[in-house]
Design a protein around this ligand. Structure first.
Ligand code: ADP
Length: 323
C-alpha cells in the first residue's frame, strides 16, 4: 500500500485511520427538516441527532400523529459499492421480518433524492454500552433481567434461522421502560439451510467467537448459531466485570487471548459463583460444547437471587435501589 512506500522513501507516514474516520466522508449531510418520500407519501419531522455509526446517522423524528421514532439515515452516494449496497439491503430485508418485543421494530423504509431512511422504534435510553460506561458495571439482578430478555430475542431469531453475528453491548438498545431491544442487523445472516454455515469473518474483535477467527472444529465447517451464544457470554462477563473478557491494547493480542481462551475473573470484583459458572460454560472454545439458549435460560444463575420485574430509567446513571 502507499503507506509502506512512504516508509521506504522516508516520507512522513500517513496516520492510520479508524474505519469510523474512513467512513466519515460517506455520512449523509444533515437531512431536510421534514423527511419526505420521493412520491410524497410519507412525512416525518426531523429532530436532533441521536447518534452515528459505520455509515449511518440516526435522528429523532416525529410522524403526523405525534409518534416518536428513530430515523436511520444513509446517504445514497455511500452505497455506490456493490458490497455496501448488499450489506444495507440485506440488513433491511432481515430486519423487516423480525417482530419480537426485544428486537428494535422496523417501521418502514423510504427514500428521497439524497438519502435512504429507515424508520425504527425509538430507544430513548440508548445502548447497554452507554449505560455500562456510565455505571462501570451492573448488579446481578440487572444482569439477570437484561440477559434473559436478550436470550428471548435470540431464541426468536434462531427459530427463524437468523444468526445475529454482531452481538455487542452497543447493539443492544433500551426502550423507555428499560426493556432490551436488539438492533443493528448489519451482519445478521439468514440461514436458509441449517447446514449452510457461514464462512466469512466478521464481528467486533472483542466479541468474536474463536471458530469465526480460526475456522470450525471440523475442517472447513464455518460457524453457526453458536457464535451468538459466545456473544452472550462476552456480554454477560462485561456486564458483571465492567470490561470484556479478552480485552487487550491491540487486535493481535485480543485474537491471541481468544485463541487460547485466556480469561480470568478479577479478584477485586465480587461475582457470584452461579454467574461465573454460567459464563465459564458459555465461553467454551468448542462451539458444540456450548450450552443451548434454553440451557442458559434454565441455569441456576437466573433463580439464585432477586429477579427485578422492571428496571428504573435512573439505572442508566446510577445503581438502582430495589424496593
Ligand atoms: P451503524 O449500523 O452504521 O453502526 P447504528 O445502528 O449503530 O449505525 O446507529 C448509530 C447510532 O444511532 C447508535 O449508536 C445509537 O446512538 C443511535 N441509534 C441507532 N438506532 C437507534 C434507535 N432505534 N433508537 C435510538 N437511537 C438509535
Amino acid at each position: 500500500g502507499p503507506s509502506k512506500r512512504s516508509q521506504h522513501t522516508g516520507a512522513p507516514k500517513t496516520p492510520k485511520q479508524t474505519s469510523k474516520e474512513r467512513n466519515k466522508k460517506f455520512l449523509c449531510a444533515t437531512p431536510p427538516t421534514v423527511l419526505q418520500d420521493t412520491r410524497g407519501k410519507t412525512e416525518y419531522g426531523r429532530g436532533r441527532q441521536l447518534g452515528e455509526g459505520g455509515f449511518a446517522r440516526c435522528f429523532l423524528v416525529q410522524n403526523k400523529e405525534g409518534g416518536l421514532f428513530a430515523a436511520k439515515t444513509v446517504a445514497k452516494k455511500s452505497l455506490q459499492s456493490q458490497k455496501k449496497r448488499a450489506k444495507f439491503f440485506g440488513e433491511i430485508q432481515v430486519h423487516k421480518t423480525m417482530i419480537h418485543p426485544n428486537i428494535v421494530k422496523f417501521i418502514e423504509c423510504f427514500e428521497d433524492p439524497d438519502n435512504i431512511y429507515m424508520i425504527l422504534e425509538l430507544c430513548p435510553n440508548k445502548s447497554l454500552m452507554d449505560m455500562l460506561r456510565a455505571r462501570k458495571r451492573f448488579t446481578e439482578p440487572e444482569t439477570r433481567f437484561f440477559v434473559l430478555q436478550l436470550l428471548g430475542a435470540l431464541k426468536y431469531m434462531h427459530g427463524k434461522r437468523v444468526i445475529h453475528r454482531d452481538l455487542k453491548l452497543g447493539n443492544i438498545f433500551l426502550d423507555e421502560n428499560m426493556n432490551v431491544k436488539l438492533g443493528d442487523f448489519g451482519l445478521a445472516a439468514l440461514l436458509v439451510d441449517e447446514n449452510d454455515r457461514k464462512k466469512t469473518i466478521c464481528g467486533t474483535p472483542n466479541y468474536i467467537a474463536p471458530e469465526v477467527l480460526f475456522g470450525g472444529g471440523k475442517e472447513g465447517q464455518g460457524h453457526s448459531f453458536e457464535v451468538d451464544l459466545w456473544g452472550v457470554g462476552v456480554i454477560m462477563y462485561a456486564m458483571l466485570v465492567g470490561r470484556t473478557p479478552f480485552q487487550a491494547n491491540d487486535v493481535d493480542s485480543i485474537y491471541r487471548k481468544i485463541r487460547h481462551n485466556t480469561f480470568t475473573w478479577p479478584e477485586d470484583v465480587p461475582v457470584s459463583s452461579a454467574a461465573k459458572s454460567l459464563v465459564n460454560s458459555i465461553l467454551e472454545h468448542d462451539p458444540e460444547a456450548r450450552p443451548s439458549l434454553d440451557d442458559v435460560a434454565n441455569h441456576r444463575f437466573f433463580k439464585s437471587g432477586f429477579f427485578p420485574r422492571s428496571i428504573p430509567s435512573s439505572a442508566t446513571k446510577q445503581e438502582p435501589i430495589w424496593r
